[in-house]
Design a protein around this ligand. Sequence first.
Ligand SMILES: CC(C)(COP(=O)(O)OP(=O)(O)OC[C@H]1O[C@@H](n2cnc3c(N)ncnc32)[C@H](O)[C@@H]1OP(=O)(O)O)[C@@H](O)C(=O)NCCC(=O)NCCS
Length: 160
Amino acid sequence: MATERPHETTLRFLAEPTDMNFGGKVHGGAVMKWIDQAGYACAVGWSGHYCVTLYVGGIRFHKPILIGNMVEVRARIIYTGRTSMHVAVDVSAGDPRDGHFQETTHCIIIFVAMDDEGKSVEVTPWAPQTEEETALEQYAVRLMELRRTIEDEMQPHRGM
Ligand SMILES: CC(C)(COP(=O)(O)OP(=O)(O)OC[C@H]1O[C@@H](n2cnc3c(N)ncnc32)[C@H](O)[C@@H]1OP(=O)(O)O)[C@@H](O)C(=O)NCCC(=O)NCCS
């Protein structure tokens, strides 16, 4: 019997002094790296292939993360195409002494699965089971439509 592949990955760790920015809090670049790592682990887990990041969108840092905070980075498959996987990533953080977590960042990353020759390869289709998963899939479809408009707007400015 085939084993169901995991569609969700959560990383949990402490924000370290080496993650600090010039203001003494966690560097935005460190958060972006964690988002990419959690998304990558999720996409690889779902597809069973090496994956590349195609797109990262909508990153907004709602709240700062402090050094010493416990950080949780949750990545979930919300939509699949033929070779691409759209992964929603939610970052939350809090003081480990009280265990109270607050959402700090949410974004969508798209990964493409690759074969051993470096060509894009088909992935197992994601089939939402719950109301929340269905709503997230519809959200991914709406974002794709919006993204086309944004990419058309940005196109003339590439490489200027
Ligand atoms: C990712 C990459 C292989 C895609 O190349 P490509 O020529 O567009 O590949 P394909 O035409 O086969 O498309 C692959 C998938 O990407 C999707 N895609 C392509 N452009 C897209 C866009 N702008 N937005 C969303 N999805 C897109 C396609 O729809 C396809 O998905 P599907 O099979 O589920 O429909 C290529 O752009 C690449 O190598 N980029 C660099 C990746 C990288 O190095 N990432 C690390 C960060 S720098």
